[in-house]
Ligand binder design. Sequence first.
Ligand code: ISE
Length: 336
Amino acid sequence: MSDLRIAVLGVGMMGADHVARITSRIAGARVSVVNDYLAEKAERVAATVPGCRVIGDPLDAIADSDVDAVLLATPGPTHEKQLLACLEHRKPVLCEKPLTTDVATSLEVVKREVELGHKLIQVGFMRRFDHEYAQLKALLDAGELGAPLVMHCAHRNPSVPPNFDSSMIVKDSLVHEVDVTRFLFGEEIASVQIICPAANSVAPRGLQDPQIAIFRTQSGKHVDVEVFVTTGVAYEVRTEVVGERGSAMIGLDVGLVRRSFPGTWGGQITPSFKERFGQAYDTEVQRWVDAVRSGANVDGPTAWDGYAAAAVCEAGVQSLESGAPVAVELATRIGS
Ligand code: ISE
């Protein structure tokens, strides 16, 4: 079987990382086309891949006959149009989160895919492919902790881009814990509350950082998340589940522990999500490529998962303004 020809749209940090990944570590696929609104950047990335072309218009790239599947790493506001084009051309697509930037258009995308009767969209919630999250999920599914009751999470970034505002902490960062909650507990989130402690004085003015999120799931499970994106330290993502018969924690960065002069000990924390979740991205993309080549097209979070996450984040942004718990409004489930 010949290699899957992938168009990577958007070659900023994440897209360029995916191009390198597909070119050097993924079996059965190659990048045939790249696109970016910064033409020079697209040319630079294309030059690193033998036989790769730049196509200036993302919709032309999707339609191109040299493209079997699409990896979307473009800015969120462009996703709706690009996803609909992928559906129109029946091209499988791995879409970095968010599915789209609002709930109404996310639901529209889900509906269009259901109307097609053909699953084509996978959403890039990469944590589901991380070995530690997969182990935690297996432990819970095997009932080893008894029924899970509570989850405590910390999500810390050393810094974020200058365009980050308080609502992006919800939609861009907390969204991962939204998906992790739905993935680990296998149920929807019923309400969200965002509590705003005193803001970090070294954060950009007006940025509400840190934030404490509280989710209540449909069956009443409690999840709390500290999201703190200007720590100046390193990348830290920890998750602890407490069940009726024990607890389990992941994300302790327990690699090499060194003891040295003058009487210190310790290891290293990963600097960013690219390193922390590097293995997860590799596994995610390899499984997606294998799924597309087998005709299944999707092996991971679906368009519905992207829509459900958008609905929780929208309620979260409302709570950020009011400080009160906000109920999550979800449409009747369609698709899978
Ligand atoms: C970024 O977009 C990511 O997806 C990272 O995983 C997350 O930690 C970060 O907060 C986001 O901005």
